[in-house]
Write a protein that binds this ligand. Structure first.
Ligand code: 9MR
Ligand code: ZN
Length: 538
């Protein structure tokens, strides 16, 4: 039975439906003639039999069908052999967008998840013991809190800061698209739930700052826990050495958050602003980049990076926005002049956030370099992403050879850039291309799978996620997005199971063991929230 259900359909659709406002697109992996009918059986569109060129990423002959804007209703695509239904409605993605935010609340650490809001995914408090400094075990400190990073129980400063960055900008740009009540402990407090959820991480980030302003890179054990429930994972956790990238990302994120929370909690905002300024001072006093590498004996996520130029750039932009001080303009301009990837919103490359800050938070006041010049560079770089969608059979913003570990990140990050570029220019083709990435995430892809747990008729059932695998509940924790296909860095076991000849966009296993293709991570959920909020905005 299971096998049949997993058989891919010839029609790859957004399994959560489509919005009445925008063109409906689906991918067809069939050479036969195709018809689109409404619920009364009326034929609305027909496509002749056609042999499409092979799509390099999926190895499939795929046609991207454009059905235009359709009124509310249920529709059916058929090629004479198979049929597939989809719905068109108003704001269909609010539910999945809210679930993606709530998906983060299930990652809360240092506290229990109460049954009243976490339902069957409740668990007692986890990771509440004080941490030791890895470099000096005599130093003991409370660093409790934050979200578990992913399927593991570590908390990592840079990835956490980036996650909050996606979420706060989602809220700043598309407040209606991500302001639903979520059913979290703070629901009803008067503060939008998405901001309360971010605050949970921000309070932890603040705890990760050393007295001299630097940030510890991460808080983890020496090695990953077995697949046990979080509260049973009781081995000693350590503050791993400080790093330039963690300090730069935390600095930027806290400066951004200080602007956002000023209206609802001035004292909290001030604390974050002061912490950001101390982090900046540390960066100034420590100009020479040192990459973080796991100390000997440590095997948890490394999150290594070869430069802190982008973290410094994002930090300078956010501090300029938060303080208006000239010294941050000077710093941001100099860092911009060194070259930045302005379309990247990932844990390693954060230059996109600097662009976002200048173009949408500061605006023309940023001046001729950080507004005018940067805008032009940003639009030029976004054009390259748009070009990727044009050569992909599915319209995916990823080259065939770039299906990395967590390929969902560059795909959604590309969508973010195109959304912003569409907002700057009003060009609908950018918006439509961004929307294709959302469809990809929700099922319009080579594995015919909705990558968000709990959504879609063919969905992720076995994410690499310790709580999902150990809670005794059959369904995985909902509202969490799989990293997706990875042919750049797959594990040998994955290669063996998938087959070395499998095309990149199909290099995916819905198996708990496969961290390399099927883990979930906070910074994969958060760009999905940004994109979902954009397309759910009223
Ligand atoms: O998302 C990270 C990906 O870009 C790297 O290629 C991969 C291997 O280093 O690590 C990923 O991050 C993992 C982290 O190291 C530990 N927690 C789980 C993360 C998601 O798989
Ligand atoms: Zn925990």
């Amino acid at each position: 039975m299971e096998k049949d259900r997993r058989q891919a359909s010839a029609f790859r659709i957004n399994q959560t439906g489509y919005d009445v406002r925008w063109p409906v697109r689906a991918a067809a992996v069939t050479e036969a003639a195709i018809r689109l009918a409404d619920s009364a059986g009326r034929i609305l569109r027909a496509w002749d039999a056609e042999t499409a060129p092979v799509d390099a990423a999926s190895g499939e002959r795929v046609r991207l069908l454009d059905m235009g804007v359709l009124p509310e209703g249920v529709y059916e695509l058929t090629d004479g052999h198979e049929r597939r239904r989809f719905t068109v409605s108003r704001r269909p993605w609010q539910g999945v967008t809210s679930a993606l935010v709530k998906g983060l609340s299930y990652q809360r650490c240092g506290c229990g998840l109460d049954r009243s809001w976490a339902g069957p995914y409740a668990h007692p408090a986890c990771h509440t013991a004080p941490a030791l400094d890895w470099l000096d075990h005599s130093v003991r400190r409370d660093a409790c809190g934050g979200w578990h990073d992913a399927g593991d129980y570590g908390r990592y400063v840079g990835p956490g800061a980036v996650t909050v960055g996606h979420l706060l900008y989602a809220w700043l740009l598309f407040p209606q698209g991500c302001s639903e009540a979520l059913g979290i402990p703070e629901t009803g407090s008067g503060v939008p739930d998405i901001l309360s959820e971010c605050r949970f991480e921000l309070e932890w980030i603040l705890k990760m700052q050393r007295e001299d302003g630097a940030f510890w890179h991460k808080l983890t054990k020496a090695r990953f826990a077995p697949f046990i429930a979080p509260e049973l994972d009781r081995e000693q956790e350590y503050l791993m050495p400080v790093s330039h990238c963690a300090t730069g990302a935390a600095c930027a994120c806290l400066a951004l958050a200080s602007r956002v929370y000023a209206a609802c909690d001035a004292a909290f905002a001030d604390r974050m602003r002061a912490a950001a300024l101390r982090a900046w001072d540390w960066l100034e006093q420590n100009p020479d980049f040192v990459p973080f590498v796991n100390p000997e004996g440590v095997q948890t996520g490394e999150y290594g990076d070869d430069s802190d130029r982008d973290e410094r750039f994002w930090a300078a932009c956010e501090l300029l926005a938060a303080t208006g001080e000239e010294r941050f303009r000077t710093a941001a301009e100099a860092l911009f002049a060194q070259g930045q990837c302005l379309t990247a919103f990932g844990w390693a490359d954060v230059g996109g956030f600097g662009a976002l800050c200048c173009l949408f938070a500061i605006g023309e006041k940023a001046g001729s370099v950080l507004y005018g010049g940067l805008r032009e560079a940003f639009l030029r770089q976004t054009e390259e992403i748009l070009a990727l969608t044009r050569v992909s059979g599915y319209g995916t913003a990823l080259a065939a050879d770039a299906y990395v570990w967590g390929s969902i990140l560059p795909i959604l990050s590309g969508a973010m850039a195109m959304i912003l570029a569409a907002r700057l220019t009003g060009r609908e083709e950018l918006r439509d291309a961004a929307l294709l990435q959302w469809h990809y995430a929700l099922g319009m892809n080579a594995v015919d799978t909705c990558f968000v747990t709990g959504f879609g008729e063919r969905t992720v059932l076995h994410p690499h996620h310790r709580p999902s695998a150990s809670d005794g509940v059959e369904a995985p924790v909902p509202g969490q997005i799989s990293g997706g296909p990875n042919k750049v860095m797959p594990w040998p076991a994955t290669v063996e199971k998938v087959g070395a000849d499998t095309p990149p966009a199909k290099f995916w296993l819905d198996e708990t063991e496969s961290a390399d293709t099927n883990e979930i991570a906070i910074y994969w959920n958060s760009p999905a929230v940004f994109v979902g909020a954009c397309f759910s905005e009223a």
